[in-house]
Design a protein around this ligand. Structure first.
Ligand code: HEC
Ligand code: HEC
Length: 266
């Protein structure tokens, strides 16, 4: 290995050492990020409520109601990963009392987050939101209907939230409220277009291909624009939705999340 010989031994060890510590840092960062993202407190709280309503009859409040199963221990006979747990819960365990549960993705995210944290979870810290109060905030103080639609009520300039509770986890919903930009979906991006004759169009992108873009403008009109006719076309990277981090109290945020989770479409 002629190339290596030119680097002195001590220098080589310094390089190896630097690479090693860098890889440790990356690994440490990745693992905390993964965990934070996986089990948001809002998901754990939602899962606790689902568990109380649907699992305690057999598994008990402490997770040790079924002989040989200890849900709190974090070790499962039939599951290692979260995917395994999802399978056990949604397909059941044949020939046993463990039946298949029909849960949507928000509910699954909650149940898994709760099972993974049953041991450490402090119920007194749980913010159990109230969907009824959340609806009042949605329609009143939060002024959400100015942009969002639920069933037949509200505006169309922002995504329709009628079934948002079936597709987004509690943690994602809370993040949408406190840091909307962090949760922007590429397809919902707000866009600004200026036509050749100077007309400015602000809207929300619904669909786009190489030559055209379809959007809802801020008058709630569905438009299809030909890109060749535009002088300017910008996709905004900051959400037009205001952050509610300081506009609503912690309790109000929990209530709004509970209301959003109750919107399961029909
Ligand atoms: C009607 C009774 C019943 C209900 C309700 C029930 N379970 Fe179970 N569950 C069982 C039984 C019995 C087993 C053990 C099956 C076996 O023998 O492997 C089990 C096993 C499990 C396991 C696998 C444990 C392991 O060690 O691998 C998980 C996870 C689990 N249940 C989660 C849940 C969740 C979450 C709920 C609520 C959504 C729930 N169960 C509701 C009866 C029930
Ligand atoms: C000024 C308009 C506006 C207001 C007011 C507003 N939003 Fe939004 N919201 C948006 C837009 C636009 C998006 C689409 C994503 C983006 O661009 O941030 C969005 C995204 C969301 C999402 C994520 C949707 C998804 O598909 O994941 C949720 C949840 C949400 N808003 C809830 C609310 C609630 C609850 C309120 C009131 C407390 C509210 N919004 C107030 C404009 C608004």
């Amino acid at each position: 290995m002629p190339r290596l010989e030119r680097i002195s031994r001590p220098a080589l060890w310094v390089i190896v050492g630097l690479l090693w510590s860098a890889s440790l840092l990356v690994a440490a960062k990745n693992s905390t990020q993964a965990r934070d993202a996986e089990y948001a407190p809002a998901d754990i709280a939602y899962g606790a409520r689902l568990y109380d309503a649907q699992c305690t009859t057999c598994h008990g409040a402490n997770g040790d109601g079924v002989a040989g199963v200890d849900l709190r221990s974090g070790r499962f006979r039939n599951a290692v990963t979260d995917q395994d747990l999802t399978r056990v819960i949604t397909t059941g365990i044949q020939g046993t009392g463990m039946l298949a549960f029909k849960f949507d993705s928000s509910e699954i995210a909650g149940i898994i987050a709760y099972l993974r944290n049953m041991n450490a979870f402090d119920r007194r810290s749980m913010k159990a939101g109230d969907a009824g109060r959340g609806r009042t905030v949605f329609e009143g103080k939060g002024d959400c209907a100015r942009c969002h639609r639920v069933d037949a009520q509200g505006a169309r300039v922002a995504p329709n939230l009628s079934d948002i509770g079936a597709t987004r986890s509690a943690g994602m919903l809370l993040r949408s409220l406190t840091d909307p930009t962090s949760q922007m979906m590429p397809i919902n991006r707000p866009v600004r277009a200026v036509t050749r004759d100077g007309k400015v169009i602000n809207g929300r992108r619904l669909n786009e291909d190489t030559y055209t873009v379809q959007l809802f403008d801020d008058q709630e009109k569905l438009l299809s624009l030909t890109k060749a006719d535009l002088r300017e076309y910008t996709i905004l990277t900051v959400s037009p939705m205001p952050s509610y981090k300081d506009r609503l109290t912690q309790d109000e945020l929990a209530d709004v999340v509970a209301y959003l989770l109750s919107l399961k479409g029909r």
